[in-house]
Design a protein around this ligand. Structure first.
Ligand SMILES: [Zn+2]
Length: 297
């Protein structure tokens, strides 16, 4: 495996190989994050210790001898790809701001393109599973964007060949993103209701589909981008309304899709969104991000 240029300062390539020198270290890590060295045995109910079995990828309960296979039911279960290669792929996803293409994975891991592509999507799925699923509250910015497609396309709403995505950013909190079929009032309201807690303060642009949010118990202020207005101070709530947070997320996402993946189809867009959203939400903790992804099942 070659060295990555894009390593994170708090989790360098060197740190990675120190932590995971071989498959055995990876297997042990999966066992520890999923079960713990000492845990209540599912077979005998005793809070027991577990011993590594020498002849198989399993641990045995000291009290009853029950076998625990740490990779059972995980993305690592039925794979011929070594665990360390999987772990290194996850490491690359965690530490690469603009994402990792299948080509890049193929090159760095020395696997076939098909294997690299599959691994990438499995890891994106893992990232979605590892994400915190809780309604956003407080002050939330909402903005939709048009992404993907082979041609640059016309700017504006409804450009051809693009996927429509909507993003929510809680001030000082998480981002939630989704693919939507259109930008009608009904669609954007439904997306908002399943993402944002009642009573939240909401900032959007002046797109008319957001206009009915006020009636649903939200405090909503629209910033009129069409009139070159970028921020509004709300005297009542003493808050500044703008959508800069979610807009910069979309900017990074679009640039990365263009630069790293060239083109992403509607069918796969959700997976790439999950990947970028996860990274944006857990940006400062490469080590923890890694553990969270490995432990998510
Ligand atoms: Zn037991």
């Amino acid at each position: 495996m070659t060295k990555s240029k894009s390593a994170s300062p708090d989790f360098s390539v060197r740190d990675f190989f120190k932590r995971f020198p071989d498959d055995e270290a990876c297997l042990e890590h999966i066992f520890n994050v999923r079960f713990g060295e000492k845990h209540v045995c599912r077979a005998c109910g005793v809070e027991s210790t577990f011993h590594r079995m020498s002849n198989r990828r399993a641990w045995a309960c000291a009290a009853c001898g029950d076998h625990v296979y740490p990779t059972a039911g995980t993305i690592f279960q039925d794979t011929r790809t070594p665990l360390q290669v999987w772990f290194y792929a996850i490491y690359l996803f965690v530490t690469t701001r603009h994402g990792v293409s299948a080509k890049e994975l193929q090159r760095q891991l020395g696997v076939t393109y098909k294997t690299a592509w599959r691994m990438g999507h499995k890891i994106r799925e893992q990232m979605d599973k590892a994400e915190v699923k809780k309604l956003l509250a407080g002050h939330v910015e909402i903005d939709e964007a048009y992404v993907g497609g082979r041609r640059p396309g016309k700017r504006g709403r409804g450009a051809d060949g693009k996927t429509i995505v909507v993003g929510f950013k809680e001030r000082g909190g998480r981002i939630v993103t989704d693919v939507v079929p259109d930008v009608t009032i009904r669609t954007l309201q439904a997306a908002t209701l399943r993402t944002v807690k009642d009573g939240a303060t909401i900032s959007t642009d002046e797109h008319r589909s957001y206009s009915l949010l006020k009636r649903r118990g939200f405090t909503h202020v629209a910033v009129k981008h069409g009139q070159k207005e970028w921020a509004v101070f709300d005297v009542q709530t003493q808050e500044i309304h703008h959508t800069n947070g979610i807009e910069s997320f979309w900017k990074l996402f679009k640039n990365s899709i263009r630069g790293t993946h060239i083109s992403v189809s509607k069918k796969h867009m959700k997976r790439y969104l999950d990947e970028f959203t996860f990274r944006a939400n857990h940006r400062e903790e490469a080590n923890l991000m890694f553990d969270r992804i490995v432990a998510a099942f």
